[in-house]
Design a protein around this ligand. Structure first.
Ligand code: DX5
Ligand code: ZN
Length: 216
């Protein structure tokens, strides 16, 4: 199953419940939540209290993307706040393998994200431990940026590695995804498309979700 995960970073935070329920009704599969600490990325977004409020108003799986330095001490509180999938950054963890095990011990799906400059091969030793790999196709920190084309090479390489080793992790693409590049990403092996600006940045978010679903 291919998944569309609208990112609330581009939503109107004063109308969050309404906006989330709009995309849920339109057929969104997951909700993508970008947590930023102003240190790992040059922006600050929201944390556990907002996550808890969102958990209360939607049945969608919450795909929480932690763009924070040294996430280890916070994993449990994000789990308690309603996350279903916790994705941490390779670049933000000294003991990445330990952090992945912590996420799994909390009963959640474990994901690792890598920045555009990080070689995808850095993940090879960990792939069998992962439920999800998130390839950042923009430099993390902001919505509405342009897709970085070299992501396609990393995606092809990761998909090949997954096939060769018969692994089952999902591949997620995050940043600059739109209705123009969605089909080629799916074709190249992506399973989860995160879409911020191309859903919540549109006048009709429900229509945008339905258009993505028609492509997936
Ligand atoms: C960027 C975030 C993304 C962001 C994507 O740091 O990780 O999830 O919301 O936004 P768009 O789809 O607008 O590029
Ligand atoms: Zn994200």
């Amino acid at each position: 199953m291919k998944i569309i995960a609208p990112s609330v970073l581009s939503a109107d935070f004063a109308r969050l419940t309404e906006q989330i329920q709009t995309v849920e009704k339109a057929g969104a599969d997951w909700l993508h939540l970008d947590v930023m600490d102003g240190k790992f990325v040059p922006n600050i977004s929201f944390g556990q209290p907002v996550l808890r409020s969102i958990r209360a108003v939607t049945a969608l799986p919450l795909d929480v993307h932690l763009m924070i330095e040294d996430p280890g001490p916070y994993l449990e509180s994000f789990a308690q706040s309603g996350a279903n999938i916790l994705t941490i950054h390779l670049e933000a963890c000294v003991h990445l393998h330990r952090n992945i095990q912590q996420i799994k011990a909390l009963g959640l799906q474990a994901g690792v994200a890598i920045n555009p400059h990080t070689p995808v091969e850095s993940l090879w030793p960990l792939l069998s431990d992962l439920d999800l790999v998130c390839l950042m196709s923009v430099n993390p920190g902001f919505g509405g940026q342009s897709f970085i084309p070299s992501t396609m090479n990393k995606l092809a390489s990761l998909n090949r590695q997954r096939e060769e080793h018969e692994l089952a992790f999902r591949i997620e693409i995050d940043g600059g995804v739109d209705l123009q590049n969605a089909a080629s990403l799916i074709q190249a092996g992506a399973d989860v498309l995160v879409a911020g600006n191309s859903v919540f940045g549109q006048a009709d978010a429900a229509l945008a979700v339905r258009r993505f679903k028609a492509i997936l």
